[in-house]
Every structure is written in C-alpha cells, then in structure tokens.
Design a protein around this ligand. Sequence first.
Ligand SMILES: Nc1ncnc2c1ncn2[C@@H]1O[C@H](COP(=O)(O)OP(=O)(O)OP(=O)(O)O)[C@@H](O)[C@H]1O
Ligand code: NI
Length: 338
Amino acid sequence: MSENILDINDLRTSFFVEGNEIKAVDGVTFQVPKGKTLGIVGESGSGKSISALSILQLIENPGKIVGGSINFKGEELTEAKNSRMRDIRGNEISMIFQEPMTSLNPVYTIGQQLRESYKIHEGLGKKEGTKRAVEMLELVGIPSPEKRLTQYPYELSGGMRQRVMIAMALACKPELLIADEPTTALDVTIQAQILELIKALQDDIGMSVVMITHDLGVVAETCDYVAVMYCGKVVEYADVETLFDNPKHPYTVGLLNSLPRHDVDQDELVPIKGNVPAPDEMPTGCRFAPRCPHASDICSKLPGLETQEDGNDVRCWIYTEEWDGEKGVKVYDRESTT
Ligand SMILES: Nc1ncnc2c1ncn2[C@@H]1O[C@H](COP(=O)(O)OP(=O)(O)OP(=O)(O)O)[C@@H](O)[C@H]1O
Ligand code: NI
C-alpha cells in the first residue's frame, strides 16, 4: 500500500445565502497517494473548485467548511492556523487557479514575481533567478521570455497569463500541485507541453497532483486515480484503468459517453439527459436518480460510497444487496458505446 499525501474524509463546504445553506461540497471523500495524480471530473457546479479551495483554506464568506477532515501528510488542515496555511500555500501545496488573474500580483512584473519565488525557495540571487525564470517561461511555451519578465500581468493575454501562473505554481517545486482546469484556455500544442512539464516535474521531485478537468482524454493520459463528482459528492473513485474499462456508476457511464475523449469520435457522444438539479431542488436520496436510466424505488434513499470487487468505490444502490430494480442491469455496455 502506498502512503497518501492527502486524505480527505467527508468534507463539507457550504455557502450561506439569504438564510439558505447551499451545500457545494457535501461529504467528499478521496485520497491522493504520494507521487500520483488524482483526476477530479464532473459537470459544471459539481463542487470540484470548491473542494480544491477548501484544501487550501481559501473559502471566503459567505462560504465555510462545515465538517469533515483534510489530512495533508498527517496534519489536519481544517485546524491549521492562518500563518501555517500561508506557509503551506507558499511552499508545500501550489494551486493553478481556474481564473488566472487571482494569483498574480498586479503591481509587480512577471520577472519580479518569479525571481521572488526562486529567492525564497532556492535562495537564488537576481542574476540566477532571472536565468531560471527565463528557462521556466520557455518550458511553459512563452515566446521571447526575456521581454515578458519586464511586463505586468495586465499586459499579457489570457493564455499567456495562464502559462505564467503555471510557471509560478511550479517554481517552488511543491509537494502537491492542485491544477484547476489548467489547460482549458490553451491551444492543444501548449496544452500537451504543459501536461508534459507537470509530468516531468512529478518524475523529478515526486510531486503529487490533483488535476481538475472536463477532458477525459487528459484524465486518461495524466491521471493514476479518478474521483467522479456529482452535486457535491464523489459518486465513484477508482484507478484510471478500472474507471475507463469498467465504470460502475450510471453517472460515470453517462460522462464517458458524453464528454470529449481522444479515443472516441465526436459524433458518438451522447449527452446525459436532463440537468443538474438546482440547490433548492436537491434530491434527498441519490442525487443522480432523477436523470438515471436505471433508477428504482430505493434510489429515494441516499446510498453510501462502497468498495466493489474491481476496486472502484461506488455510491449506487445497484451494487448493493438492497437493490430492488432490474436484476443484473448492464450499466456499461462497451459494445454499444465504443
Ligand atoms: N460564492 C458562492 N456563493 C454561493 N454559492 C456558491 C459560491 N461559489 C460556489 N457556489 C456553489 O458551489 C457549487 C459548486 O461550485 P464549484 O465552483 O466548485 O463547481 P465546479 O465543479 O468547479 O464547476 P466548473 O466545472 O464550472 O468549474 C456551485 O454550483 C454553486 O452552487
Ligand atoms: Ni471549477
């Protein structure tokens, strides 16, 4: 058994708006084994970004972590002091944010910010720091890096800014990198280059990664484990081969059939019927039941996340003794989907 660098258990993060509690993250459990990459997938609004921000204790009012635990290398982050969290965010866990403007300081040039990071983490002086900054900008695919160093974040295009952010996040050689849709805004070549860079750093320093993405092709290429989220809950967690070869939750199967994958033609994609329920119309039982082609009476109760024979953890009644629907239901039919 490998050791987990991150172990999240029953994490709950809510927003309190006009007297209502919106349960953005509603009992999330997953692990990131040391040196490995966990992918988090799920439709928009399923709580992926809020889970990531919760790990770093970056949830702001009216949001709040209301329960559960976040264990990072044996340390409970939900109880960590602000000063300790600042230390962790600067040195041990880096995040590439979905919205790039948020983590670059608008009043310093790109060069000043990168050099500062190399100074803090590796004690590099101005000259050496500049050299490293140029190398790093080259690695993330930024043309004429010397010129970029003298520019401010607002002077760069969105795609350039995202690449600078990635360079910044990797500069401190974090033990854990949380990447929230790191490459969606970038073109395919740069995207591949950046995923390569993350992989190289992973091999080099044993970095662990949490990769949030909509792209199942990216998951297949970069992740070792996958957590599938729906309405604030993990509905399936498995190693990447098991998830693609033998998905169990009807939502996972729906995603595999509906989201872009590099190994499936675009015209074979089948969208999942219906929409994600609004927060005030959240089913009390299985959150996916209203959209599930297999739903039965028992689905009005919430199933637990249970480990199956193949090793997937699945939150679905079909795989329990209590299942009262069609026997031997074939949730995933490879013949008809690939
Ligand atoms: N500031 C906020 N105030 C109220 N509710 C919020 C706020 N931020 C997030 N939420 C709630 O949390 C839910 C999960 O948001 P989150 O950003 O984690 O989704 P996501 O899975 O990252 O989606 P996407 O793929 O679009 O990035 C949202 O659907 C929304 O209901
Ligand atoms: Ni998000």
